[in-house]
Structure formats: structure tokens, C-alpha cells
Design a protein around this ligand. Sequence first.
Ligand code: B12
Length: 522
Amino acid sequence: MSRLKVLFLYPNGKGMTMLPPGISLLSAVLKREGFIVDLFDTTQYDSVEEFEKKETLDHKKTGEDKMQFRPSPQHEKVIVKYTNVYEDFRKKVIDFGPDLIAMSCTENMFLLGIALLRKIKDLKVLTLAGGIFPTFSPKLALSYDEIDIVCKGEGEAALPLLCRKLEKNESYEDVTNLHIKKKNGDIKVNPTGMINMDMNPLIDVNLFEESRFYRPMSGSVYRMFPVETHRGCPYKCAFCNSPSTMEMYKTEAGTNYLRRKSFEQMSKELLFYKNEMKAEYLYFWADTFFSWSQKDLETFAEIYQEINLPFWCQTRPETITKKRIEIVISMGLDKMSLGVEHGNYEFRKKYIDRKMPNYIISDALNLLHDMGVRTTVNNIIGFPKETRELVFDTIRLNRSFKTYDRSVCSFVPFQGTPLRKLTDSLGYTKPNDIQGSLMAGASYDMPQLGRKEIAGLVRTFNFYCSFPEERWHQIKKAEEDSPEGNKIHNELKKEFMDKYWSKSISFEQAAAENDPHATLPT
Ligand code: B12
């Protein structure tokens, strides 16, 4: 019997290099059952930039230009494809002849995916979309002619079951997690189910070209793999989809989505990356790395002794304790990201549902700094109801602690989040608007804080946080996107990069100057 063929589509922005755990897992699940799987991945295509005339889609270039992260060299293994992405996709579909095209997407990727699928509409292949955007907007995704089925939530059980049914030519109308568009346009909604993570195989790295294993981190490029420890997050940040995922599973499946993988599974995965994939660096993608108990963290640290690879992880400021930091340092932690997001306690509590007082944030960052941990903090500008004064509270909070890096982006109201409901109700967004990347600039104008002002504050944020306050009048001029503003911006950027990002300044020197960017030895 000839087996069913599935083509995964990953309509990613250029340079957004990190293996997506979702499709890599789903591919492994399908291959375990003998299905034939292939991938079309747009990550390395130069031509995806043409998709939106905006600067959104070259993640590396835009991020570096906006000082979101330190510039890294173009690694010899990372390739750029200059052929036309639409023609190549069509050719791939014709040559491979899939029975099903399975697209995985976040919100910012969805419309590129649709544009690609439009080019092969005449080939009449069944299409399925999964990932965070279809999960929270199944109806909207299905309103596009190019999408036949949506997977809401986890796909490890739904996808192979669908494939088995397709192969046997059976009805797939009742497959759990699937929302299916019928011939008359009605949608068949099935219940939402949760899978057992410990039944999953190792991710299928072979689906990707080897050049996709390389990812920048703090100015260097490493052979890096994503590690799964938990799914879910105990916190409720109103801009994030993770709390909504927790809520969705609680109300629709009666389950607690926050759970960790067994240590045996984690150990298998880690040994595979270290020994077989020759990883140089690991990326723990859990939303809140310290959401596990102290005892579990200690057990994990013991397992990790054998692995001994540098790693990145992210957590919340309230979870930071001296003991936990000692543990992760002993494991080989290279860098940790923490969300600051907003600097005004009342505003943060009311609109963002982050209730910690400011001192918890600055104490956590200063403790990490004093213990020698490289940190990066994430900030957001342009929340609904935010004013210029409130943005400066974020700047002032950032000035109260030391960190290796700071990133800032304009607020993006993603579908399914509490803040998206607010922006819809305020008329800043319409219910069916689809948002772009965090690098794309503000999604809307507010009377008290417009798009342009947000863009100006984003591009000068690092200057406001780092240079002495006496220079703020000069920095204000650099907010302006005008010949004069751009000239000042370029000068400040050069000064900033020389002073804070050049490797020549030692950690001791910077610390002695009480420099908020005190650079740790690399
Ligand atoms: C790791 C991660 C990344 C990685 C990998 C992203 C990826 N596409 O896999 C990197 C670093 C590249 C990344 C980038 C970005 N990310 Co990110 N990221 C995450 C994070 C922390 C974990 C995602 C993950 O791997 N989960 C584990 C896997 C197993 O789950 P999964 O991907 O959801 O897949 C499962 C199901 O969704 C489903 N599924 C997924 N695809 C498909 C396809 C089919 C056909 C089927 C049937 C099922 C299915 O089955 C999978 C297995 O159960 C999430 C937060 C979270 N906890 O979800 C944010 C998250 C996805 N990211 C987010 C954002 C905003 C971004 C960026 C836009 C940021 C930016 N710089 O602009 C970019 C988007 C670029 C991109 N191409 O993804 C938002 C997405 C918001 C939205 N609604 O779109 C999230 C939800 C965090 C948040 N703040 O809310 N991210």
C-alpha cells in the first residue's frame, strides 16, 4: 500500500532561526506510523521580505537595526535562498504530491501561509492549519478559502488519526481537536483533548536542513536545539497566549495544561541533542523555567550534569531566588530572559495582570547581576491606555537595575489574549484583524500615544535607559524619523554600541562606573 504523504508548511519570517518544536514533533509522530513527510520552510528565503513592504520579515536584520539584540556574524552554515519562494513552493507541491498540506503558524505567519497556499489552490490539496493562531481563531482561519481544517490545541493525537482516516478513506468528521469546514460552509467543531507528553517521540530534526540548526545568541551563533521541559504557565500576563491556553484546556477539556515531562523523557531528549546532534547550546523554551518545584529543579540539575552544555531559559522575576540561581549557574546557564514589560506598578497590575511590585523586579535583576548571570529583559511600549509618562516609568525602572541586554518592542494585540479583547472594545483593532511580528511597529494609533511616537520611543529606549539623564533632551531629538533625528540617532547608536556592546569594555570596568549594562565576561 502506498502511504499517505504530508507536506508541512512553515511560513516563517526570514532569519527567525529556531527549530519550531511543534512541527518537528508532529513530523516524528507521523513518521513513527510510517507516513511520508516533507517540509517547505520559508525561513531562509530572501523573497519573503517582498511579502509585506514593511520591514517586518527579516528578523535578524530588523532586530539588529532596532538594537533588539546584538549583531551576530552571518554564520558560514546559515544560507540564504534567492529563488522565488512562491515558485519553489508550487514546485515542491507538484514534485512531492502531498495528500495533505499541514501548516503550522503563529499569528504573524498566517497571511504569508495563505499567500503561498493561494498559489497552489488549483492543485486542490486538502489543507490543515495548526499552531497558536488557528487555535485561538479557528473560525477566522477557516474563513479563508485556502484552509479546510483547523487543529485547535495540541496536534500529536489529532494529526495521525486524521492521516489514518484519510488513508483508509474514512470520515474524519469526529476527530478530537479538529474544526472542519463542511461542503456547505458550516464548521464541525470537535472537543479539545490534551495529549500525554511522555508518549511523544524525539523531535524529527531530519525534517530540516542542517543550516537551520544554527541560531544567534548574544552576538555569537551556535548549533542550538529547543528543549521541552514543561507545557503551560502559572501566570496570567494579559498580552500572552499562554494563560489563554491554560484557560482553554480548563474549560474545554477539564484539564490542567501546566505539566512537566518525565525526567526519563527529558534525559533522552538531552542526550540525543548532545551526543547525536552535537549541540553546542540548548534553548529551554518553557514560558517560566522556574515554574517547577525546588526538588524537581534539583533533580533536573543532576540529570543535566552529564549534559553540561550552555543554555538559555526564561522565567518571571518573582521566581528568582539565590538558591535557584546557584543551581542553574552550576548547570552552565549562559543567559536568562526576564519580562519587565512595564515600569508602573498600578498600570502593570491593572492592564497587564502582572502584580509584582517594582522592587521584586529590580532586586531579582540586581541579584542575578551580582551572581554573574547574563540577563536580557523584555519591555513593551504602546499598551492600550498607556501614555508617554507611563513609558518613562518603564525607562526609570530599567535604570534601577543592571542587565546585560534590554529588548523593547511595540505592543501587539494577539488574538485570544485579554488585551486583544480590550483593544477591540476600544476600537483600536477589529475582531478579524491579523497582527504582524513584534518587530513590525505599533498596530494602532491612540489619541494620547500615536504609532510614530511609539516607534520613536522604541528606537531610543536603550539610550534612555543607559545614558545619563542630562542627555535625554538630545535623545528626544533622536526619536524623530527625520534627516536630523536620524543623524542624531546614528551617532547615539554608534556611541551606545561602542560603549555597551563592544567586547573591549570589561565587566569590572563597567561595574566600577556603575554602568547599567555592566558587561559580563563572555
Ligand atoms: C518556542 C517559541 C518560539 C520559537 C519557535 C516558534 C515556533 N513557531 O514554534 C521562536 C524563537 C522561533 C519564536 C518566535 C516567535 N514567537 Co514565539 N514562542 C515560543 C513559545 C515559548 C513556545 C512554542 C512552542 O514551541 N511550544 C511547544 C510546541 C510543542 O507547541 P506548539 O508550537 O504550540 O505546537 C503544538 C500545537 O500548537 C499544535 N500545532 C502546531 N502547529 C501545528 C500544525 C498542525 C498541522 C497541527 C495539526 C497542529 C499544530 O501541535 C503542536 C504539538 O502539540 C511560545 C509560548 C507557548 N508556550 O506556546 C511563544 C509564542 C508562540 N511566540 C509568540 C511570538 C509573538 C513570537 C514572535 C512573533 C516574536 C517576534 N520576534 O516577533 C516570533 C514568531 C515567529 C515564528 N515563526 O514563530 C507568541 C505567539 C502569539 C501569536 N498569537 O501569534 C507566543 C504564543 C508567546 C506569547 N507571548 O503569547 N517563538
